[in-house]
Ligand binder design. Structure first.
Ligand SMILES: Nc1ncnc2c1ncn2[C@@H]1O[C@H](COP(=O)(O)OP(=O)(O)O)[C@@H](O)[C@H]1O
Ligand SMILES: [Mg+2]
Length: 248
């Protein structure tokens, strides 16, 4: 049994069918990529894995570490070790990045991280991502650029040490150098204790990540799966060759 199993998932948003039979396995130690044109349902899948209330599962099942999480609340998923990007997108006035991260780690692990040790680890982690140490004192998301929001997200990932991460368009709004740092940060994490499902529209993120499998989603279904060579094929030919022919 895979760590994360998605089986024949059908999802509607506002009664519109968006995911139409998605099955996928992701294990710790693996980096699994999902690519596809805009509007194909990639973010809807991420929202479904997050347990977003805006989506309706009409069929299928999601299990994580053998537990049925299809209808489990988002915070309980996080406690099981699932990390979902965009977990805390709102600006929280007066809360610094570092306090936010310490609270998030405390909430997920059910402990109160020691402030001194936490800040030492945070400083080290920020240095590894080449983030200015002053960033830790900034108020969370207040006036953050797209890139700074992504930096917070990746910091959160590195500090939370989840078992499995779902990363949706983690490269959007980042310049080329930042994409490289973020991608290398994720790649470095992959180990027998950590796996990631990386969702991206563009291939540039995959310039620095080596996925075990690449799955192409079009119109709410996977139309092709393969190895990293698929990324190069899409870079060259786009997605049109993978689109099913229109019905007669
Ligand atoms: N909140 C929503 N209400 C209605 N339709 C939505 C909503 N969110 C997404 N959709 C539709 O679902 C489809 C898939 O969108 P999305 O999952 O964001 O695709 P992707 O991430 O692959 O670009 C699109 O046709 C989009 O218009
Ligand atoms: Mg999307």
């Amino acid at each position: 049994m895979a760590d994360l199993e998605i089986r024949d998932l059908h999802v509607t948003v506002d009664k519109q069918p968006i995911l139409r039979g998605i099955s996928l396995d992701v294990n710790r130690g693996e980096l699994v990529a999902i690519m596809g044109p805009n509007g194909s349902g990639k973010s809807t899948l991420a929202a479904t894995l997050l347990g977003s209330p805006t989506i309706t599962i009409t069929k299928g099942m999601i299990t994580f570490l053998g537990k049925d999480i299809t209808t489990l609340a988002p915070d309980k998923r996080a406690k099981l070790g699932l990390f979902l990007s965009f977990q805390y997108p709102a600006a929280i006035p007066g809360v610094s990045v570092s306090n936010f991260l310490r609270t998030a780690v405390g909430a997920v692990t059910g402990t109160h991280p020691d402030p001194v040790r936490f800040h030492a680890l945070l400083k080290e982690t920020m240095a590894s991502l080449k983030i200015d140490p002053a960033f830790a004192s900034r108020a969370l998301n207040e006036g953050f650029s797209g890139g700074e929001k992504k930096q917070t997200e990746i910091l959160q990932l590195l500090m939370l040490k989840p078992k499995l991460a779902i990363l949706d368009e983690v490269d959007s709004g980042l310049d080329v150098d930042s994409v490289k740092i973020v991608a290398e940060g994720v790649q470095r994490l992959v180990s027998p204790a950590f796996g990631a499902l990386v969702i991206t529209h563009y291939q540039r993120l995959l310039d620095y990540l080596t996925p075990h499998t690449v799955n192409i989603m079009i119109n709410g279904k996977f139309v092709k799966s393969g190895g990293p060579e698929l990324v190069a094929a899409i870079e060259k030919q786009g997605y049109d060759w993978l689109k099913p022919p229109p019905p007669l």
